[in-house]
Design a protein around this ligand. Sequence first.
Ligand SMILES: [Zn+2]
Length: 358
Amino acid sequence: MTNAAKNSSAPLHRAANRDLLVRLAKGAVICAEGYVFELERRGYLQAGAFVPVVLTEHPEVVEQLHMDFAHAGSDVTLALTYYVHREKLRVIGREKDLLPMNRKALAIAKKVARKTGTLFAGDICNTNIYDPSDRKALKEVARIFEEQVGWAADAGVDYIVAETYSWGGEALLALEAIKKYSKVPAVITITQHREETTREGWSVAEACQRLEAAGADVVGLNCHRGPHTIMPALKQIRAAVKCHVAALPVPYRTTAEQPSFMSLTDPCCANARAFPVGLDPFVCTRQEIFEFGKAAYALGVHYLGVCCGAGPHHIRALAEALGRHPAASEFSADMSKHAYFGTNRRIRSVQREYRDKL
Ligand SMILES: [Zn+2]
């Protein structure tokens, strides 16, 4: 290998247009999310607080996870600044790490985005202190958004995601900060719990209309609801707004009776609440995510992803639902070579004839 080739920093994929809105006008954009759940499963952060302390302790693990999602078909590398805000760091007693953790998350995501040719996105989220009747809290929420948007803008993000808002009013404050402190597009997603409405009682369609009117480029839903129970509201939102719509459900089998992943109870465990570390028996198959992707895109929803609980195999299924063949699809299942179920000529009858006993 020549030195020039060795030192090449050419992206793994052909450089694509980094304008989110141009990309959405042409078709789907896939954004893998749910990093904190995946990193919790891998043993690098704690369920409960869900603060990604892994950023300082094992940044290489975060980088590899971004790489895995890009390999599986994500068009976006979203900086892991979810729950790296002032209030969350106060809860775990690490407020002094606020700036270094944000800078680190942005630097890792930017590096992976450049290497993989994916869009580089910033991220702000629910603060958990929003209270429409508490003026002091509202001021603090605005401060949290302002500083995190500022750091994302400094890092040169292509756009900013503001996500997982139970309050429409908090989502509007997040949008206001993105418009004021950056010049990039804003993707704003609210979340639905057991109730159909936001916590102040707006329908999600109304909340999205308000966000569109206030200048959001993409509006929609993320987290908490699985592919089945996110669909009714998604249809209402698609009919209510003109802008692009986003849908990033959790990959769990939520039901009409238990529509959010926090409401799921496990009949095998005395009907205990499954959230957050007992959700494994409810995980969606790849086929279910594939079908969700097809249905949502057919509805006209172009910004697609999977939130908490997602693994790279879900993202690959979503990409394949859109007719794509990401690098990881080289290893999508091929049962023709299986030891018992295969059709390959080398699979002997001694194996095939035993199938029914498996
Ligand atoms: Zn989530």
